[in-house]
Design a protein around this ligand. Sequence first.
Ligand code: NDP
Ligand code: 2IT
Length: 444
Amino acid sequence: MSYVDEVFQMVVEKNPAQPEFHQAVKEVLESLRVVIEANEDAYRKDALLERLVTPERQLLFRVPWVDDKGQVQVNNAFRVQFNSAIGPYKGGLRLHPSVNLGIIKFLGFEQIFKNSLTGLPIGGGKGGSDFDPKGKSDREVMAFCQSFMTELNKYIGADTDVPAGDIGTGAREIGYMYGQYKRIKGVYEGVLTGKGLSYGGSLARTEATGYGLLYLTEEMLKCNGHDLKGKTVVISGSGNVAIYATQKAQQLGAKVVTVSDSTGWVYDPEGIDVALLKEVKEVKRARLTEYAAARPSAQYHEGRGVWSIKCDVALPCATQNELLLDDAKALVANGCIAVAEGANMPTTIEATEYLQANGVLFAPGKAANAGGVATSALEMSQNSERLSWTFEEVDSKLKGIMVNIFHSMDEAAKKYNMEGNYVAGANIAGFLKVADAMTAQGIV
Ligand code: NDP
Ligand code: 2IT
């Protein structure tokens, strides 16, 4: 059996009941086959792939907190410190009832290659909890965040592991966590990113993932003879990534006609009203029904359905495995020319293969949504030098990074005779730097 197949089989056997982790590893290892096979003996002798798929450290802990009725609640929490070959562990914290170890491992594994692609010195990690911030009071969210950080603080630091936001973790949660870290450690350091502007946050970090997604999409379209201007875009999700993807798409002259949340979706043929969407989601923390109620041109539908709308470009920005084979078929039938992933692994492997086989340009999340973590790394730089850069400075660095990522994955795909296969290109380009650093540092 080939080395790649052996390692994949080991991952499935040693990590039962973690389908998302298996999926993420499978996608990466399949892309790496050509690279690994060219150097199989050396990689095998060093157990490079076994080390790559095994986290350096996995932390599991309980988080007890008291709800508004005086009842004690207990959540499971995780921090997976996956790979520190090229820098301190870096990656978000997801707060969602679906969170389990397998989800955090898939996200941490993806993060290794994403962070490598940014060209910045950050290793891969991810964390979170099955706590659901939805419907909780501010005090309950604070109680959870403080209890969570009371344990997590022992394992993180500005030069060791720097968490950030993800689903369910936004500015409010980062603020409470930062306050508790500082209180316990007595150190004012850049231990988290996505901080508020008054206490060490970076301008443009809030916008960065969505903006970066559009910078990369624009470059991919341009290099393939298309122009984003005038295109119709469908977006899923209505959180941090979706909101700023919508905003930047509109600034670049495209029309965004859908957004969604976990209960339903909106089709707004006149184009999404971003100011209203921000009011509903960022200020009121309400459902999309409120958006539809306030906007005569919007139609609200229960359930899922954004991929059924005719579009040129589709940007999944909600969660994993939200774009399935049938959705890919609908997109192709409707003439979609490009899909770029704002979320982490939103497209199943079958859907991805169908899109690629039908000539749809496909930018994988580890490249397309890397603008968030890249700007987090820029926040770390600003914290280290105790200075803050202007919005324009950060935004222009972000744009440069996203354009570079596109060309790194494009060139890697060409070099290995898979021109246009950006999944393979991103995995290979991300892997080579990490493999080189791991090899140079010996067996650790
Ligand atoms: P938010 O919590 O701000 O928003 C998440 C959005 O996705 C909400 O609209 C939410 O709906 C929807 N959603 C979440 N889970 C589900 C689900 N199981 N089914 C249907 N809809 C769902 O998160 P972000 O915007 O930050 O993250 C979105 C995606 O982007 C995630 O995959 C994340 O890992 C990825 N990402 C985020 C980055 C960042 O900087 N924030 C960086 C790179 C990637 P509802 O409110 O109803 O739950
Ligand atoms: O998936 C991701 O890249 C993020 N949630 C952002 C991580 C970060 O450290 O900014």
